[in-house]
Design a protein around this ligand. Structure first.
Ligand SMILES: NC(=O)c1ccc[n+]([C@@H]2O[C@H](COP(=O)([O-])OP(=O)(O)OC[C@H]3O[C@@H](n4cnc5c(N)ncnc54)[C@H](OP(=O)(O)O)[C@@H]3O)[C@@H](O)[C@H]2O)c1
Length: 233
């Protein structure tokens, strides 16, 4: 199996890479930086906010079973949309939505119909409800849910051996949550909820989340949108 995964410098993506390398798989990280030094790890440098760089990515592999994990993402500026500038919206939508869509497109184009393919798009619970001050983030994630459902049907029509998932991983103890907790209440009305999750020890560890998400690779059927890790029991 060969796993291509975005955003491997920290957080969930770094944890995924550690898991897959420990399992003996080939891993290609895609992103701006990484700290891996392993014979089975290769890296493609790419700023996912730059569409031209994203389009140039090559999914080269001798393996038959290939996995694409669109993990990289950002919450962006945590402010009401009227307090943001246009480039704030553009960055979130490009990294969280346009780049993963293009990577899915290139992955499907560059691989063979006979390859066994799995696509895992890391979505968010924010896809399922509006959260003031996260307008672009919520929108970027729900777009990936519907995109995943649609491309799964498209590839079924072509008779391809594929599974596609868009999965909300829960609230995880990463730098994204640190940024959320550090936001001023004047900009983010729900900040106390996130401070509370942290204080009450409710954040999931990246290790725990990866141990659940890798079960997607064993699933026989594709059920593209998974909004709760409990659905992976
Ligand atoms: N943490 C949570 O509670 C939570 C909840 C629901 C969903 N998620 C989703 O889970 C995924 C992983 O998030 P995380 O919590 O692990 O966040 P994180 O610790 O902030 O890591 C984000 C990763 O995305 C990469 N990235 C961001 N912008 C990039 C760009 N322009 N080009 C290339 N790489 C870029 C970062 O690389 P750099 O080091 O280069 O910035 C980093 O490797 C995201 O899609 C996020 O939306 C997280």
């Amino acid at each position: 199996m060969h796993i291509f995964i975005t955003g491997v410098s920290k957080g969930l993506g770094k944890e995924f890479v550690e898991y897959f390398l420990a399992e003996g798989h080939l891993v290609t990280g895609i992103g701006r930086s990484h700290a891996f030094d392993h014979p089975k790890f290769t890296f493609i440098h790419c700023d996912l906010a730059n569409v031209n760089e994203v389009k140039s990515i090559q999914f080269e592999s001798k393996e038959n079973e290939l996995v694409l994990i669109n993990n990289a993402g950002l919450i962006g500026k945590i402010k009401r949309i009227s307090d943001q500038i246009e480039s704030d919206i553009q960055e979130v939508m490009t990294v969280n939505t346009i780049a993963p869509m293009i990577l899915c497109q290139e992955f499907l184009r560059q691989t063979h119909l006979e390859n066994k393919l799995t696509i895992i798009n890391i979505s968010s619970g924010a896809a399922n409800r509006p959260i003031p001050s996260w307008a672009a983030y919520c929108s970027s994630k729900i777009a990936m849910d519907r995109f995943s459902e649609t491309i799964y049907l498209e590839e079924q029509e072509k008779g391809r051996n594929i599974k596609v998932f868009s999965v909300a991983p829960g609230v995880i103890d990463t730098s994204m949550q640190e940024k959320i907790r550090a936001t001023k209440k004047v900009d983010f009305s729900s900040v106390d909820n996130f401070i509370g999750f942290h204080e009450q020890g409710e954040l999931l560890s990246p290790e725990f989340v990866v141990s659940k998400l890798v079960k997607l690779l064993q699933k026989k059927e594709s059920n593209p949108v998974i909004s709760n890790l409990k659905d992976l029991e």
